[in-house]
Design a protein around this ligand. Structure first.
Ligand code: PRP
Ligand code: URA
Length: 210
């Protein structure tokens, strides 16, 4: 695996992901666990945030400590399923701005179709983390990354809960500068473009639409 790809295999992530995979998990638990996984993944995906020295007076002594430099961040969920990850990220980064990209996969061609976009006005000054639970063919992720690059964003990360080898290869090929974070890399896609073993349709399971 190359250094731009991070498969996060922390035991808490593996355990929670098994709950998502289980077909018996209902909407309420599915939604809650997607959010928890996003929080845990955010911890890893922000490991390189820059720090600066700050002087703090504790009740005992004055010392030099660390604080975030205040680098501007934005998260961009891919609608719909990416929405399920937003609150989990905002738990750790409450001041992040949130842009939205609406894409759905045409069920016949599996090509992404854009239907909505709203970005923070200062998006070009921000580092962006794109959120989507599923990286299948990689068509949606690759299109979303290109879309955000068109706003002159310099640093983009992609966060998926489950990736397929096909999708990962597509994103690495199209956008070699983008770091990818997954909680699991599964075996393959089936003939309908679903990840195997995967967890099914993430959007339907988050929103209870099936
Ligand atoms: C799912 C998923 C990704 C996309 C992944 O969304 O949330 O956005 O498919 O597939 P790809 O890697 O082959 O592009 P879907 O199109 O089902 O829309 P939804 O989130 O509205 O359910
Ligand atoms: N989108 C999903 O929600 N699940 C898959 O397995 C593939 C694409």
């Amino acid at each position: 695996m190359d250094e731009m790809v991070h498969v996060l295999d922390h035991p808490l992530l593996q355990h929670k992901l098994s709950i998502l995979r289980d077909e018996r998990t209902g909407v309420k638990d599915f939604r809650a666990v997607v959010s928890e996984i996003a929080t845990l993944m955010c911890y890893e995906a922000t490991r390189d945030l820059p720090l600066e020295d700050v002087i703090i007076k504790t009740p005992v002594a004055t010392g030099t400590f660390k604080a975030l430099t205040g680098k501007k961040l934005a998260i961009v969920p891919i609608l719909r399923a990416g929405l399920g990850m937003v609150d989990g990220i905002l738990t750790l980064i409450p001041s992040a701005k949130v842009g939205h990209i609406g894409l759905y996969r045409d069920p016949e061609t599996l090509e992404p179709v854009e239907y909505y976009c709203k970005m923070p006005s200062d998006i070009s000054e921000r580092d962006v983390i794109i959120l989507d639970p599923m990286l299948a063919t990689g068509g949606s992720a690759s299109a979303a990354i290109q879309f955000i690059k068109n706003y002159e964003v310099k640093h983009i990360k992609l966060m998926n809960i489950i990736g397929a080898p096909e999708g990962l290869a597509r994103v690495r090929h199209d956008h070699p500068d983008v770091e990818v974070y997954c909680a699991a890399l599964d075996e393959k896609l089936n003939e309908h473009g679903y990840i195997v073993p995967g967890l099914g349709d993430a959007g339907d399971r988050i929103f209870g639409t099936k």
